[in-house]
Design a protein around this ligand. Structure first.
Ligand code: 13P
Length: 254
């Protein structure tokens, strides 16, 4: 049985003061939640202060990006050991906004996954098609290419430690959610790909989140699908009441 994991991707929102306010509220409402894994991913500038608030509660901490080398002359970047030293446990890798605006590719995603695993960070690896790809019937081809490129040369044991996030780009920040059937069909495809590449044991272990306009009202229906194991939430994770409602709407499931 895969445990549901709900992660809030705060993107480039919240100063550290605002981040502490939000996470303090979340700790009050979700801090002893054990039936669902809950993770917050604030901007890098707020990680340390958010971690101080999260001490001794069940909410996990994730970062939104990192570079693959441990250190070096890479102005503006942060590394896995640096975020690990703050107490970060999860790392979002290859979000579509990073692919779209910062030139990330499946090859760089693969390097980052390997760096994260080397430092015992849990990668949340994002994949998903853009609208034109969906409309021209290329969704599965795109997903397959992203999986092959992002997970190249990973062993079964390494892959078991990943979380995958299917985020159709046309559903991100648009209010246009994939229907439960549309999402389930891609999640099932991803799990079948994992079975073919590794085996059923690996495929059954990997948690696959859905992301794209997840809100309290659509959570139960999406999370009720057999291959959807959680959500990566953008906009609705920026307010404690909507994020807490999303988590609580998962409680009756699975
Ligand atoms: P929204 O929930 O705002 O659509 O964002 C989804 C997302 O990109 C999470 O990583």
């Amino acid at each position: 049985m895969r445990k549901i994991i709900i992660a809030g991707n705060w993107k480039m929102y919240k100063t550290s003061v605002e981040a502490v306010e939000l996470v303090t509220e979340l700790k009050r409402t979700l801090g002893d939640m054990n039936d669902v894994d809950v993770v917050v991913c604030p901007p890098a500038t707020a990680l340390a202060e958010v971690k101080d608030v999260l001490n001794e509660c069940s909410i996990g901490l994730g970062a939104q990006n990192m570079y693959w080398d441990d250190f070096g002359a890479f102005t503006g970047e942060v590394s896995a050991p640096m975020i690990k030293a703050i107490g970060v446990e999860y790392i979002i890798i290859g979000h579509s906004e990073r692919r779209q605006f910062f030139g990330e590719t499946d090859a760089t995603v693969n390097k980052k996954i390997k760096a994260a695993l080397k430092h015992q960070l849990i990668p949340i690896v994002c994949i998903g098609e853009v609208l034109a790809e969906r409309e021209s019937g290329k969704t599965f081809d795109v997903i397959k290419t992203q999986l092959e490129g992002s997970l190249v040369n990973l062993t079964a044991a390494e892959t078991e430690n990943l979380i995958l996030a299917y985020e159709p780009v046309w559903a991100i920040g648009t209010g246009k959610t994939a229907t439960p059937d549309q999402a389930q069909e891609v999640h099932k495809f991803i799990r079948e790909w994992l079975t073919k590449k590794f085996d059923a044991a690996v495929a059954n272990k990997v948690r696959i989140q859905y992301g794209g306009s997840v809100k309290p009202e659509n959570t139960a229906e999406l999370m009720g699908q057999p291959d959807i194991d959680g959500a990566l939430v953008g906009g609705a994770s920026l307010k404690s009441d909507s994020f807490a409602a999303i988590v609580k709407n998962c409680l009756a499931l699975k």
